[in-house]
Design a protein around this ligand. Structure first.
Ligand code: TYD
Length: 214
């Protein structure tokens, strides 16, 4: 008998929402339940994708057009899906990705203003039927997220340097996606303490793992 296909889980959220901390929490939560897990990220997840990530995040790279940016995240994604995500899922592993296509709708769609329909063409081409089974969206007020990033003190990358208006549009695009996702995207209010947010994430994971039959 062939192994049951693994679940594909993605984590999304604006800068300052605590995504890095909560990604390790989700990883531990799943591994404690003996789930065989591949943890990966976008842009990135393959040597080619990581090289593209460096180009995309480099704050000195001022000449990237909005369209070139969109095509680059999808070039990295194509490689990622075929070299990493699909082989893992097919072998029965679960995949946890730090960001995926919802980020393209949020950043390149909402932030840069590229029409969602244009992004949908690339999504369809690159992904076919592949969609995450669950997406956890850490939602945070733009000003609070910016303050948290600032307190962290690390150097802002090309996206983190964008204006408040850009960040507000990113957040709005994520929220629009939740409404049309048929329950796939679970919104988690990330404004509380780490423990409060973790309690909410646990509840989401519990419901998901039970329904997936893990
Ligand atoms: P991020 O996930 O915030 O990493 P870190 O936590 O290490 O700062 O960085 C990735 C950036 O890439 C983020 O600002 C959003 C951006 N991005 C896009 O613009 N489009 C995409 O499709 C993806 C996957 C990411």
């Amino acid at each position: 008998m062939s192994k049951k296909r693994g679940a594909f889980i993605t984590l999304e959220g604006a800068d300052g929402a605590g995504k890095t901390t909560q990604l390790s929490f989700v990883q531990q939560w799943l591994e404690q339940r003996q789930i065989d897990l591949a943890v990966t990220r976008e842009p990135g997840g393959t040597p080619f994708g990581e090289a593209l990530r460096s180009l995309l995040l480099d704050r000195e790279n001022l000449e990237i057009s909005d369209e070139a940016e969109l095509l680059t995240v999808f070039a990295a994604r194509q490689q990622h899906i075929n070299a990493c995500i699909l082989p893992s899922l097919d072998s029965g592993k679960w995949v946890l990705s730090d960001r995926f296509t919802d980020a393209s709708y949020a950043y390149q769609g909402g932030g840069r203003g590229i029409p969602f329909e244009r992004i949908a063409v690339l999504e369809d081409w690159v992904q076919g039927a592949l969609q995450p089974d669950l997406t956890i969206l850490l939602d945070i007020d733009v000003a609070l997220g910016a303050k948290r990033s600032e307190d962290r003190g690390s150097q802002a990358d090309r996206f983190e340097r964008e204006s408040e208006e850009f960040k507000a549009a990113v957040r709005q695009a994520y929220l629009t996606r939740v409404a049309s996702s048929d329950g796939r995207i679970q919104l988690v209010d990330a404004s509380g303490s780490i423990e409060q947010v973790q309690a909410k994430i646990s509840a989401v994971l519990m419901t998901f793992t039970q329904s997936f039959g893990a």
